[in-house]
Write a protein that binds this ligand. Sequence first.
Ligand SMILES: [Zn+2]
Length: 334
Amino acid sequence: MQLDDLTDFFTNRQYHFNLNKVVLGVDIGGTFTKLSLVTPLGHIVGQEAFPTHSHNGHDDYPKRLVATSKALVNRIDSSLLGIGIGAPGCDPKTGYISYAVNLPFSAPFPIRDFFEENLCAHTALIKDSSAAALGEKMWGGAKHMDSFVLLTLGTGLGSAFYIHGQLVAGAHHLASELGHTVHIPQGRACSCGQRGCLETYVSARGLQRNLSELFATEITPSHLREVSDSDRTAEMITQAARGGDELARQALERCGVELGNALARICLQLDPEGIFLSGGLTHAGGLLLEPLQQQLQKALLPAFRNKTTVAISALGGADAGTLGAAAQVYLEQA
Ligand SMILES: [Zn+2]
């Protein structure tokens, strides 16, 4: 990517970044915490990752987070321009992570102050899915789009709406909770307390539940029947589907169909140029995308068909979160 591209993004103004400085992008996920050192051109020059949950309880997590960050920053010669943290359930205004059912924080946690004190660097906090959308806009497939939607299909389902050049934040920084909109009334119980949320069907956990449901109602053989429900990972199910496992294929197809229906409603409401999918579930490729596309086109009104493109994030699922968190710092400093 050329430096000129940065001026594109920042609405025709010229900005000059010190190319010897980097930003630490932190992606706090329900399963893994990932850290990347990102240059202004979107290149990753150092990376770390560790499991978010450990056996040492909640108090241990912030300490591990800071220790890993310091070790990574100390490994390179460049100085730190700032830190961007992408996390679910956070309030960018107050700097707290206050509501995150999948994270090891026992109470509202002042993550921004904690980083600023321990690493002595400007720290920005952004919702995880908004971070991925900013990364897609700055360095990915949405570079030339003015209105697009980004979904993160990981442990849960995150979403971000970027409309007319702006991330939609809402009056209370709570907008874009597509994962917890009721998709099937009286459907599956969700960790948020509701029933039938979209993420209980379309996410890594949703995929596991799709397969468990099929095992309970179908007699088709599958070697995954020998693996306990909690040990059956999304990666395992995707591998099995690729290897010809019919029920694993159907479990992924269910994710695609439900997502196609949900995206049809989004298209009718927002008419975006593109929809980008990121996160671990996208490793399924066509096994997810084909049923999704079919259902989406079927569910759309004729005037909307074949207008919005649906694609897997150009940033690569694993790095989208850290790149996006870093993009927020470049945006603030520009
Ligand atoms: Zn929910």
